[in-house]
Design a protein around this ligand. Structure first.
Ligand code: AMP
Ligand code: MG
Length: 402
């Protein structure tokens, strides 16, 4: 099997997972438990938004034409506070003192800020002209009653929570989270709370993957580490296949004890690819056993994290009822020249933010694929295309935020 371009490999994942992804069951959760879940059903505006002509400033509600020439002195009819209905109907030459969040009087089309006014008894002198529509948000201008304000299938984060709260969703219909089994392999790999010998390492992959799964709206199920031994690897994989999806880390390279591909074959897996032209992650297995997608991710911690984001995350999206979106690539100028060997696409931890704050991207120094300390400092992946070997400082290059 020849190695695939990473976008072709992603397309295969998309197709093959979509074929087997059923629409998930739904449940209803309280609003405060909905963040991180996937919305199951369109959300409609229960009334128009804003529901009344809402003042965006403390000041004076006016007919804008009345302040076409300033200073302009207007008769003050009274005051409307936030939380009370408007009792007024403006005629030319009149104004109502109004607070932010209060309904504007009938006839008003703008609000002059209090900072631009001088009050004297029952009149006020306004010192600034204003365009109609300024500082008074007209009823229905944000949404009409019955508009779909949030479509089914979006991952809920705090902006969507604000909207759900606004339209009165005290409870929210969400899809059941896909359960994603996580199986690390390797004789050298110990649980995080164990004291390793000098030649042993802790199982960081299971936990970084669990965090990545959770962030995509999935529910991780971490299995005990599988020793590099056929029967044990097979038993653990069979256990993992009881979940909606299985993520394996390690055991997919060419070493004598890399058993994942063989065990998957023995289990009758349809293996769709085993090599992708990316670094990190050249050995990378994507298969299906029955209807269950399985990813064999390389064991190096950076490779595991990167290949999950680039290839496996889309499967969690689809199984969770989300619409899959393309990788969030953007073009960012390089802070320094960059070169690589242009035979595969390289995903390299980099920083846009940080102490420079010049909106340029800098690859993080000293990253072997096991250098988790360096990777913990990055905020994006720099994506160096396989078609190109070098870039000058200042030239834009593709970047994917993490
Ligand atoms: P492998 O893909 O099994 O050849 O592993 C590649 C490298 O990743 C080796 O140095 C492993 O020790 C390391 N590694 C494998 N699994 C894990 C894990 N679960 N957590 C941290 N490092 C791992
Ligand atoms: Mg291994």
């Amino acid at each position: 099997m020849s190695a695939l371009h990473f976008q072709d490999a992603r397309a295969i994942v998309f197709e093959r997972v979509r074929e087997c992804a059923a629409i998930p069951a739904t449940e209803t959760v309280p609003l405060d438990a909905a963040a991180g879940r996937v919305l199951a059903g369109d959300v409609l505006a229960d009334r128009e938004y804003p529901p009344f002509n809402r003042s965006a400033r403390d000041g004076f509600a006016v007919i804008a034409q009345d302040v076409a020439h300033v200073p302009a002195t207007l008769e003050v009819l009274g005051e409307t506070r936030a939380g009370e209905p408007s009792r007024f109907n403006l005629e030319r030459g009149q104004t109502v003192e109004i607070m932010t969040g209060a309904p504007g009087p009938e006839g008003a089309d703008a609000v002059v800020m209090v900072e631009d006014s001088v009050r004297a008894g029952n009149s006020v002198t306004l010192q600034r002209t204003i365009a109609a529509g300024r500082n008074l948000i007209m009823a229905g201008s944000e949404a009409a009653k019955g508009d779909c304000v949030l479509p089914s299938g979006v991952l809920i984060a705090h902006p969507q929570i604000a909207l759900l709260g606004t339209v009165g969703c005290a409870t929210v219909p969400v899809y059941r989270e896909p359960e994603v089994a996580i199986l690390s392999t390797g004789d050298e790999v110990l649980p995080v709370d164990a004291q390793p010998e000098s030649y042993q390492i802790r199982n960081s992959n299971a936990h970084s993957l669990a965090a990545q799964v959770r962030r995509r709206g999935g529910r991780p199920r971490i299995l005990p580490v599988a020793r590099d031994e056929l029967d044990e690897t097979r038993r653990r994989i069979e256990d993992g296949l009881r979940s909606d999806m299985l993520l394996l880390s390690g055991g997919v390279s060419m070493g004598k004890h890399d058993l994942v591909e063989q065990v998957l074959s023995d289990l009758g897996a349809e293996i769709f690819f085993t090599r992708v032209r990316v670094q990190p992650g050249k050995p990378l297995v994507f298969a299906r056993v029955g209807g269950t997608p399985v990813f064999g991710l390389p064991g190096n911690p950076l490779s595991t994290m990167v290949t999950f984001e680039v290839f496996a995350s889309v499967a969690v999206d689809l199984l969770g009822g989300r619409s899959a979106s393309p990788l969030p690539f953007q073009q960012v100028p390089l802070a320094e020249p960059f070169q690589h060997k242009p035979v595969l696409t390289r995903f390299l931890g980099a920083r846009i933010g940080g102490e420079y704050a010049d909106s340029r991207v800098r690859p993080e120094r000293g990253q072997g694929s096991g250098d988790v300390a360096a990777f913990a400092r990055v905020d994006c992946l720099l994506v160096a295309s396989e078609n190109r070997g070098w870039w000058r400082a200042g030239e834009p290059i593709e970047v994917m935020p993490l």
